[in-house]
Design a protein around this ligand. Sequence first.
Ligand code: CO
Length: 291
Amino acid sequence: MKDEIIDLYMDAGGIAAKVLRHGAGMVKEGASLLEMVESTETMVRDEGALLAFPLNVSFNEDAAHDTAAPGDTRTFARGDLVKVDLGVHLDGYIADTAVTVDLGDHAPLVEASRAALDAAIRTVRPGVTAGEIGAAIQREIELQGFRPVANLTGHGLDRYDLHAGSNIPNIGIAGGAALEEGMVLAIEPFATTGSGRVSERQRVEIYRQISTKPARLPSARRILDVARKARGLPFARRWVGGDRVEIGLAMLVRSRTLHPYPVLHDVAGSFVSQAEHTMIVTADGCMVTTR
Ligand code: CO
């Protein structure tokens, strides 16, 4: 990998780390979700980067893909377990990082995903398979008395591409592709008190454009304008202005122009924690970009 590209990955990682600390710091009892999300997304641009996806803020048994809706009135409450997942990029070179903020008494669960991430990072080097990293994650989470979420994975990253190459599972699986020097990975263990599998809610806040087709409906045109600016990366319903956005989104999903990302949840009443870093695989290990 060229030095200039490494620099962009490292700089994006530094910005992501700083902005994530700001966002996580705004997760306080009684604080507004919408204000926290808008403030954090604005800070990304103020730092000279762009969002690689809408700030994900997912509560309690929800593991991922929630964010503030337009005019969202939700606030953070005592007892909440809040995952904050941020993706930023510089010229397409992405940093993806997440933390869990505990407004209750979930310290061991938060620690489980964090320790699993550390264990995974220690495992990363050329020749190691994705399955071996997953085994390290699973071992650490189970050691702490929780379950890994089996159907959520980390992922390779490439320019303007959030899911390049092979996935990094959160459970031990046989084989899988071996890591190579220069690969960029986002590893994101999820630990849960629930079933260890997530399913889709009805609620969708995040979409991504997957094909180009002309649209006549004004709201569909505004949506595709937002999608175009995202350059193939995900965007939020909240980013689209004007009325009849729901109808436009539904039409574009039906015509397979947009892919929807429903909120992913474990069973009701359970709690899910997450930790995530982005890293570049080096000759003898890896360089974490998002610390
Ligand atoms: Co990620």
